[in-house]
Ligand binder design. Structure first.
Ligand SMILES: Cc1cc2nc3c(=O)[nH]c(=O)nc-3n(C[C@H](O)[C@H](O)[C@H](O)COP(=O)(O)OP(=O)(O)OC[C@H]3O[C@@H](n4cnc5c(N)ncnc54)[C@H](O)[C@@H]3O)c2cc1C
Length: 379
């Protein structure tokens, strides 16, 4: 008779987005990983705007979890109340974990992110918005941050004749963090493709109806400009999801909803509860940052489990961003580099394949037949 198998510590990972899937996969060999996620599939929302204009991308951005873990389990449920190692799920089930990883990310208005847990329902919502957008001549986008700019580029690349207006109360596009040269280059490209950009002004009252619905309307800006469009989308409003924190954990919740973490990505005041990605204070909300933080969290939990190694710290890199304007346009900046990323570099890094391959591989999803009349290679 062999030795009885040694019990592995339980790691509860809350949220199966960019942060959660990376942590869960990295610890699958040393722990009993329980990945708790209400959605039926991982959503590669970095490519969500491409899927809006080209719905043949949908199967490649909703990736089932079945192939992610070989030892651990994915539990399709929602964390409802979490205090230390006690995780109460919406179903009423209670998990007592040795380590808890808060990776519940952020909500963002559709179409950039989806609030639907069923893949079929999420596909249907995108297909309906695609049909409405295809039929609309004039499009109003509220918010000229990275999402608004990218959406304007996607729409123009697919339907060059649509009349697009981007409006933002800020004095420039993309937000405060990025270089003036980058903003100028993106503004130049938007102007070249005929996108109208109204900055330093906002609507006196919001547009009628829901975003993504077809129906002509007229609104006014606070400076008196009249805008008529057939459809509108909201392109601002990241909202961290942390409403389930209770007891000793609730104190780490900041007024903006993010969870305060130490450089080790341990939640402030906690030893065995970690937070990362959009829900944590460690960095700006980027999938790339979530991935780098996942390596730190997984390494630190592994160090606790094995008793080997020091706790590592996460250090945010200087601001960097890749801003595609359709599959072949755009620009970007990398921390520590003076030169901007050219349109060709942006197409290579993101615009052409929208980084789908790496997530198809991470999720262990078998490559299926052609999605859009191409050779069937993902991306
Ligand atoms: C259109 C668009 C394009 C983008 N492009 C880029 C890009 O090019 N590069 C880049 O670096 N970043 C990009 N981002 C930002 C990036 O998508 C986010 O930073 C990223 O989603 C953060 O990952 P996350 O795992 O922290 O959170 P999320 O991706 O939000 O995942 C959180 C997960 O937690 C689940 N969840 C929520 N509540 C609970 C609960 N109570 N219990 C259990 N699970 C829960 C959710 O269902 C979700 O699956 C883009 C964002 C958008 C919207």
């Amino acid at each position: 008779m062999g030795e009885p198998a040694q019990a592995r510590p339980v790691v509860a990972v809350l949220g199966g987005g960019y942060a959660g899937v990376n942590v869960a996969k990295s610890l699958d060999d040393v722990a009993d990983v329980l990945l708790i996620e209400p959605k039926e599939a991982f959503v590669h929302n970095v490519a969500a705007l491409r899927a809006l204009v080209a719905p043949s991308w949908l199967p490649r951005i909703y990736l089932p979890y079945a192939g992610l873990l070989s030892h651990g389990r994915v539990i399709r449920d929602r964390a409802a109340k979490v205090d230390g190692g006690r995780v109460e799920l919406a179903s009423g089930e209670v998990i007592q974990a040795d380590y808890v990883v808060l990776a519940t990310g952020s909500a963002y208005p559709f179409p950039a992110k989806s609030d639907l847990d069923s893949t079929a329902a999420a596909h249907d919502k995108t297909l309906a918005a695609h049909a409405a957008l295809a039929a609309a001549g004039r499009v109003l986008l509220l918010g000229a941050g990275p999402v608004g700019v990218e959406l304007a580029g996607e729409i123009t690349a697919t339907w060059p004749d649509k009349d697009i207006t981007l409006i933002d109360p800020a004095g420039d596009i993309l937000g405060a963090r990025f270089r003036p040269e980058l903003k100028a280059e993106i503004r130049r490209q938007l102007s070249e493709i005929g996108v109208r950009v109204l900055l330093g002004t906002q609507l006196a009252a919001g547009p009628p109806g829901e975003p993504g619905e077809l129906g002509p309307f007229t609104v006014r800006t606070d400076s008196g400009v009249q805008l008529t469009a057939d459809i509108w989308f909201r392109c601002h409003g990241v909202r961290p999801v942390s409403d389930y924190l209770a007891g000793s954990l609730a104190g780490a919740r900041q007024p903006d909803g993010r969870v305060a973490v130490a450089p080790s990505l341990q939640v402030i005041g906690q030893g065995r509860v970690f937070a990362l990605g959009d829900v944590a204070t460690a960095d700006h909300p980027m999938a790339g940052a979530a991935g780098r933080q996942a390596a730190v969290v997984a390494g630190n939990i592994r160090a606790f489990i094995t008793g080997q190694g020091e706790l590592a710290e996460y250090e945010p890199p200087p601001p960097g961003i890749v801003v595609p304007i359709g599959p072949t346009g755009g620009a970007g900046q990398r921390g520590g580099q003076d030169e901007l990323l050219t349109a060709e570099m942006v197409a290579e890094l993101k615009g052409r394949d929208m980084m789908v391959d790496r997530y198809i591989e991470l999720l262990g999803v078998p490559v299926s037949g052609p999605a859009d009349g191409t050779d069937g290679t993902p991306g």
